[in-house]
Design a protein around this ligand. Sequence first.
Ligand code: BG6
Length: 476
Amino acid sequence: IPVDPFDLVIFGGTGDLAQGKILPALFRRFCAGQWAEGAQVIGAARTDYDRDKFRNLVRNSLESHAGRHSQDTAALNAFLQRVDYVTLDAVADHGWAELAQKLQPDRVRAFYFSVGPRLFGPLAERIEAYDLTTPQTRIVVEKPFGHDLESARALNATLAAHFRESQIYRIDHYLGKETVQNLMAVRFGNMLFEPLWNSQYVDHIQITVAESVGINGREEYYERAGAMRDMMQNHLMQLLCLIAMEPPAKFDPDAVRDEKLKVIRALDPVKPHHIVRGQFEGESSSYRKAVGNPRSTTESYVALRAHISNWRWAGTPFYLRTGKRLVARSSVINVMFKDAPHSIFGADAGRHANALSIRLQPNEGITLKVTIKEPGQGGMRLVDVPLDMSFAEALGAENQDPPDAYERLVMDVIRGNQTLFMRGDEVEAAWAWTDPIIAGWQARGDVPKPYESGSTGPGDAELLMKRDGRRWQGIN
Ligand code: BG6
């Protein structure tokens, strides 16, 4: 379904995110026929390009990032006709009058701040000074949304001085992933799971976002952020919310975000012995060498045990872990159910518990571990088998290539649907939970535990589980 005609301005249009993610996503939606007649995208940046130079840059980026679509030369050329450029200074007046001229009235007008947060204020001020805001104006901002609670509050205040909350789209690209949205469909579209989805039946939940990549090209940012700020405060927190929240009454922006916020606010502070930090090392790739700081204490891995103090979840721990340079790229949520209360098969049958694994990436799908009789044996011996479903197989060939997170998110901006974007209070609540953890490390002079590149993370993370009589499910 085509969206309404739009003007989308990308500040930072020559940057990596715009070229590597936003424009390829827009191009794929263009190829899918979602752009209305006359819609246009305007890159804006300080680089002194003219329109043709910018189009060339975009062409090259699409050729490397837009997959099979970029082989369709006719589509590529048609798309580039809709791409314009303005050389513009975010902190001065240069270029703004030209930008104003290119914008058309009575259209969705989206401004994508694909720039560092220090430019949010200056951009917002000029958008207002040049009277570029219309009732259909939307502002898109990227993470990192702040470095801590104080800076996030300041950013929210800056944006709030110029725009209404209903105009602000804070991106957490995990929410745009098909399989992440599927968490809500699985939970709230089935009768099967929800009655069991609580501390009475669930022993614990594991959320793993493992990456095999390092921090190439982002050393400076990462050294200041670390895994806690880069991944835990946002992506893992969002996954936790979607897994733990109460059913919203409707799939609408405030209903969903209210429920997520309640989860974050119900999180207990994390105890220092319930958290493990790690830093990768090894001959071929060492974090400290990568950032050029032999004494760096930034974590590239973090595992922790979280508790949600509410009726549904009291007593069920949530174990969260994420790290770089691990053995594989794998994002999985494991819902580990309790043992049956009594085994009619006697002690020989062993202990068996159901587990639901939701694979977010790669090999997207769901596996339910169920217990059945071991065939052919005398007596009644039990064995666990997987009831396995891959989304690609189940949904057929046309769904083999699910849309990238940015495709969904950018189109939702144009549609004016904020459901998959973070509200200001949500981001602040997430920082309010994260800040004391980081402050604790600083106060104690905590040094992350080394772990071998290509491993499953530091041994202490295994201990975190072992102490509780549990173990992590494999990363693969
Ligand atoms: C980003 C982080 O937000 O998410 C990166 O800044 C991380 O460090 C990336 O690599 C992971 O995203 P994805 O989509 O590859 O899982």
